[in-house]
Ligand binder design. Sequence first.
Ligand code: PLP
Length: 236
Amino acid sequence: MEPPGTETITQRVHSVLSAIQAATEKAGRRPDSVRLVAATKTVTVDRIREGIAAGLSILGENRVQEALSKVKELAHEPVRWHFIGQLQRRKVRSVVGLFDMIHSVDSLGLAQEIDRRAGEAGLLQDILLEVNIGGESTKAGFHSDDLASAVSTMGALTHIRIKGLMTIPPPTDEAESARTYFRRLRELAGAIAERNIPGVAMGELSMGMSNDYDVAIQEGATLVRVGSAIFGARHG
Ligand SMILES: *Cc1c(COP(=O)(O)O)cnc(C)c1O
């Protein structure tokens, strides 16, 4: 239950969508160049339905079991699904094909498994490569230095399409402190794009969350993943 007087999900969806639009315009970018992925982990389907009615069109889930039951329950809603959480190899089979995009491909082995399962299912799976842009020892993702060679190998996999990069920068108190990491991700994508590796595109940058999506858009984000600014603080 929301405390009385606070904004509804509908109001928050509208304000996040207009803030995205304003940031995009201010950055001199095309209005449709940034898409909102609503991060819906732990959010009930009723609350998600309210968000969809208010204009959410892409939902991002983190956990496979939770995602599968929500996909089923919301099957008749006009939404697309993205997978944004850490993905274990043994669960790849159940996510391939269900999600338009897997944002969180953090190793060559995972990319190979997605390719193998997509091949078996006869599909082409779009993915993003997650980069540990702050070089944190506890965080998943490719290290910047290893990315180029891994991408060359992955480019040869015929059942995945690499569409760009994703990152979760080190936690900071101020949105402005994330700017340097967002910029680094954009530069890294640019450097890889210049190599013209067959099968590899770098058009998508998934970066920016509730506290810093504005800065991320200024630095080139094409997908922002926003949870608490829409659904409120998560409890567990
Ligand atoms: C939860 C989550 C988000 C959204 O975070 P908020 O701070 O609630 O906006 C974005 N990306 C990933 C990978 C997440 O797990």
